[in-house]
Design a protein. Structure first.
Lengths: 285, 512, 87
């Protein structure tokens, strides 16, 4: 998921072709207080005009407890972004947004529930309560972990190695997995350190996060390559599913591949790998 | 009459002469003649060194209407052209034709001389800055003649471009006229664009700020071609000659274009041992070189040569063993200069050896892959690098037409739109390079292959490289920007665009 | 509707347009347009600006626009923002 400032016309134009799976048009941190109105209107017009069909179009609105947040939601929801990213997310904020969207979708004649929400978990309270935050709305399709603001809230230092957000990553990954939504890791802020980015992304993946956010288009390739299964992994996963399907056809209860029994966890992992491979375009649909 | 590309050209142009229309790339070959050069022999014990430029002017038989020439290896740090033309203007000379291989913003004083009738003609391969603007606004009495790097060498060698005096800015010269470009405060590396001038001009003057004891070493231009030598305080500003090291772009869109270009190169099947490659000095061009480097390293390919305009990046590729040698017609940065000085596999080539179509074979004929830029491209793949879309002169072919004609695979890499202007149009404002020489256009939103190249289309399809037609690319651009209105120009012809073979491929008219 | 303040929106960055609006004594809409693509898109830019002004029902306004190659949707957005700031 690539963050882009919402008030920058020359970047908006190219956003959809930079190779990211999702684009986050940012009305919050990337826009100064005096330009919030300008950015909001620009993003609204951009959504009406630019073809974003190749990507998931996400708009990060301002927090609901500021004067800007509700105005953002009201104006932007009406031009049907795919998803809204709600900063400083907690149960209450999510519920407020959910209700607003219900109303707007009804007024505009959009399919109810079509606009999704990603909760940006970046406060201690939000983190502790992440399970309930996700459950606060049916629209929630994922959680994005905001490491910078979270460590700031905790009064601790944010480092490249990321030990300090180990718990946060773990908790978010687990809660999201339990409720079957995506979990997106916090961005790696050194845009010139590609080795560090790869390490950081690998760490997130190893903890079960399903994606990573980027703050510069040059980070996209590395993030994709870390998350993408290798050819060998894909081949193996496809084989597992093939063997499983064959066993089902023959009415067998269990099956094995290369001497190892294929049980539910193995099948599950294989399914995930194949799904990831498909979404990264590594497999024919 | 109309050329085969459909451009209407007059039969003659005032101040230029009869127009030979462009008939196609590589059509006008066959038996050619190099002109015979008249020279004044130098006997033993005669001196060539003069004390100052005024003495040089005294010795030369200066007349109104002469053609004087300059090379552009000192680029935007050149002092020599201004120095000489200022000096000639003070002597009351008029009606001069300046044949400079390229003109840069530093040559602004030329505008005043143009306005005063001191200079009434200009022949160049690339014109930028205030002089370009002045010409576009109709201030030059005769139409400027815009050639290619190879075409200029052809014109000089054949006698089409008759040079009375060649003023050669010499970073190093000895008292008998041997010149090199690798030592001195104004070192510039190779002197590819000065060679033909030195050999074929009636008189050749070496102007140096670094006079060394005889003999200079190395010798890039030989004493046998030089009539006089004069030392001045400075021939150029080192900061304007080179720009440190040219760097690869960080612009994400340019990087995407580079990646796509690399896909095309890979799928073409030309990446193999013995391959050859050339690219420009811009950020995107270098990014393509970086991608190619990756591919070559991964597949263990060793190329035969890389050519150009050489930058530090190409030097690195040479030093890392990716190419056996470099052919260098001009050095763009300090790294290239020092590599040429020290590394014997970094070889010089004259503009004639580089791109003259009327020799026994130019280097461009041996080139596999060429990466090019464009201001505009039309649906016939004709490319404009001479004028902006408002009709203002802002460049010129340089080596564009030469390399495009010679290369097995010529790829234009460009953004699809630049500041709301679509790069692809129905008709380009000025045709610099004909579409038959352009094989592929790579933009961030799609790749188009020239329909003539059915072999390439097949290879790319097999490699699953997504292709669009050039018309489709144009429509994509216009959907985003809207359809631009064609810019009107006045009738008066301010420049004649000559193709490599001396035929006229297009004209430039005065802007409002 | 008339505006009461002077306001501006947008920037001089590439692909953006700087719009400044102020109240004019007449009832008309006056536009001063500078653009790097004036010859190619001047007509279109003018139309987009005037259309947005009309759409918002504003009268008696002077607009100064400095365009750096903004696309139509950007022009419309900046005009709307400037006017809303000037009310």
């Amino acid at each position: 998921m690539l963050f882009m400032p919402g008030n920058n016309p020359s970047m908006l134009q190219d956003a959809a072709i930079l190779g990211a799976d999702s684009i986050i048009l940012d009305l919050e941190d990337a826009v100064s207080l005096t330009e919030k109105d300008s950015a909001r209107i620009l993003v609204r017009e951009a959504l009406k005009t630019i073809d974003f069909s190749q990507v998931e179009l996400v708009v990060r609105v301002n927090p609901m407890d500021t004067e800007f947040g509700p105005l953002d939601v009201d104006m932007i929801a009406r031009v049907k972004p795919d998803t809204l990213l709600i900063p400083k997310a907690n149960e209450e904020q999510i519920k407020i947004v959910d209700t607003m969207l219900d109303k707007i979708e009804a007024e505009e004649g959009y399919l109810a529930g079509s606009i999704k929400i990603i909760a940006l978990i970046e406060t201690a309270l939000g983190l502790e309560n992440v399970y309930n935050v996700i459950q606060a709305s049916n629209r929630i399709v994922g959680v994005l972990l905001g490491g910078e603001d979270l460590t700031s809230d905790l009064g601790i230092e944010r480092t490249k190695e990321g030990e300090e957000i180990f718990y946060a990553r773990n908790k978010v990954a687990t809660a999201c997995r339990a409720l079957k939504v995506d979990s997106i890791d916090t961005p790696f802020t050194d845009t010139n350190d590609f080795e560090g980015l790869a390490k950081d992304t690998a760490k997130a993946k190893s903890l079960g996060l399903t994606g990573k956010s980027a703050i510069n288009p040059r980070q996209i390739e590395i993030i994709h390559s870390v998350f993408s299964p290798t050819e060998a992994e894909l081949k193996h996963a496809l084989k597992v599913l093939e063997v499983m399907q064959q066993a089902e056809k023959e009415g067998k209860g269990v099956c094995s591949l290369e001497g190892k029994m294929i049980d539910a966890p193995v099948i599950n992992r294989a399914r995930n790998t194949v799904a990831l491979g498909r979404s990264l375009g590594l497999l024919e649909r | 009459m109309a050329t085969i590309l459909g451009r209407e050209l007059p039969d003659t142009v005032d101040g230029y002469g009869e127009v030979t229309p462009f008939k196609g790339a590589c059509r006008e070959g066959g038996v050619k003649t190099r002109k015979a050069v008249k020279l004044t022999s130098v006997n033993p014990h005669e001196q060539k060194v003069l004390d100052n430029l005024e003495q040089v002017f005294d010795k030369l038989n200066l007349k109104d209407g002469m053609t004087i020439s300059f090379h552009h290896h000192l680029r935007n740090g050149d002092y020599v052209l201004n120095m000489v033309v200022d000096g000639l203007a003070k002597r009351g000379l008029k009606d001069l034709t300046v044949a400079a291989s390229s003109i840069f913003p530093i040559h602004e004083p030329l505008v005043t001389h143009i306005e005063n009738g001191v200079v009434t003609g200009l022949v160049a391969n690339y014109i930028s800055g205030p002089v370009a603007e002045a010409i576009s606004k109709g201030k030059l009495k005769k139409p400027a003649i815009m050639q290619t790097h190879g075409g200029r060498a052809r014109a000089i060698e054949s006698g089409d471009l008759q040079i009375d005096v060649a003023f050669i800015a010499a970073p190093t010269a000895d008292n008998y006229g041997n010149i090199n470009g690798v030592y001195g405060d104004a070192a510039c590396g190779t002197l590819g664009y000065a060679m033909a001038d030195a050999e074929y001009a009636d008189k050749t003057v070496a102007i140096t700020d670094h006079l060394v004891p005889f003999p200079a070493c190395p010798i890039q231009i030989s004493q046998v071609f030089v009539d006089y030598v004069v030392q001045v305080e400075s021939i150029g500003d080192a900061k304007g000659i080179v720009s440190g090291t040219t760097k690869i772009t960080k612009d994400p869109v340019a990087l995407i274009i580079a990646k796509r270009a690399a896909e095309v190169i890979k799928a073409s099947g030309l990446v193999k041992d013995g391959m050859s490659f050339q690219t420009g000095a811009g950020g995107t061009s270098l990014a393509v070189a970086a991608e190619l480097k990756d591919i070559m390293q991964r597949e263990g390919v060793v190329g035969s040569f890389a050519a150009g305009g050489v930058t530090g990046y190409l030097v690195e590729m040479l030093e890392e063993g990716l190419f056996k040698t470099l052919f260098d017609v001009q050095c763009f940065d300090l790294k290239a200069i020092s590599s040429f000085r020290n590394n014997s596999t970094h070889q010089a080539m004259s503009a004639s050896m580089y791109g003259n179509p009327h020799t026994k074979g130019a280097v461009v004929n041996c080139l596999d892959i060429m990466i090019l830029g464009a201001t505009e491209i039309d649906t016939e793949f004709n490319v404009n690098v001479t004028t902006s879309s408002s009709g203002m002169i802002m460049g010129g072919s340089g080596g564009h037409s030469d390399t495009a004609a010679g290369a097995k695979l010529s790829i234009v890499v460009t953004n699809l739109m630049k500041a709301r202007l679509p790069i692809i149009k129905d008709k380009v404002t000025t045709i610099t390079t004909p579409g038959e020489s352009i094989d592929v256009v790579v933009t961030e939103r799609g790749i188009a292959v020239n329909p003539r190249r059915t072999d390439l289309i097949e290879k790319l399809r097999q490699a699953n490289v997504p292709l669009l037609t050039i018309e489709e690319l144009k429509i994509i651009a216009e959907k985003i920007t809207g359809v631009p209105k064609t810019v009107q120009t006045l009738e008066k012809i301010v420049a004649v665009v000559e193709y490599r073979d001396g035929s006229v491929i297009d004209v430039v008219r005065q802007v409002y | 509707m008339r505006i009461t303040k002077v306001a501006k929106a947008g920037t001089l960055e590439s692909n953006d347009i700087l719009i400044m609006v102020m109240s004019s004594k007449s009832d008309r809409v006056e536009l001063e347009l500078e653009s790097i693509v004036l010859q190619q898109f001047g007509d279109v830019i003018e139309r987009v600006i005037l259309h947005k002004v009309q759409e918002m029902g504003v009268e008696g306004i002077t607009i100064k626009a400095q365009d750096k190659g903004a696309l139509d949707y950007t022009i419309g957005a900046r005009v709307e923002t400037a006017i809303k700031r000037a009310i």
